[in-house]
Write a protein that binds this ligand. Sequence first.
Ligand code: OFO
Length: 172
Amino acid sequence: MLSQKMQDALNAQINMELGAFYTYLSMSAHFTTDNLLGLAAWMRHHADEEMTHAMKIYDFIQQRRGQVVLQALAAPKTSWSSAIEAVEDALHHEEKVTASINQLVDLARQERDHATDSFLQWFVDEQVEEEAVVDEILQQLKRVGDFAPALFMIDRQLAEQAGEPEAEGEVE
Ligand code: OFO
């Protein structure tokens, strides 16, 4: 059984993961409007991953006979001045998630809640990958700056990574 403190902290983490889902979905909509369809597809794929993170915690709380308490989601930002700004926001968001997961692990250890500690290790590892992937995209975008042909090449690569080899409407 989860302690009340641990349960509240896990519920807050569900809200954070759903907040990430909302943010990446909003970024996807923004990039679609901007005709950067690879970035749009990549963000949408990432939004789906955040939903699976939220649901992992949701299922875990229930397995431990706790109570899932969903909280209100803040409206996400809807536009960014550049692809770099959006991906910088994504990286900052991932860093906040990492800090929050680390605090959850600290709490689980204080409470000697070994099951929650073990469950959270998946998230600890996942955050290493998430930060690295987002940072790699950011570094690529910074390298090409405003050079449109290179930006479109990155966009095409991201479409492939997101499982959409031919983003609709793209010029060959
Ligand atoms: Fe991208 O972070 Fe979830 O856990």
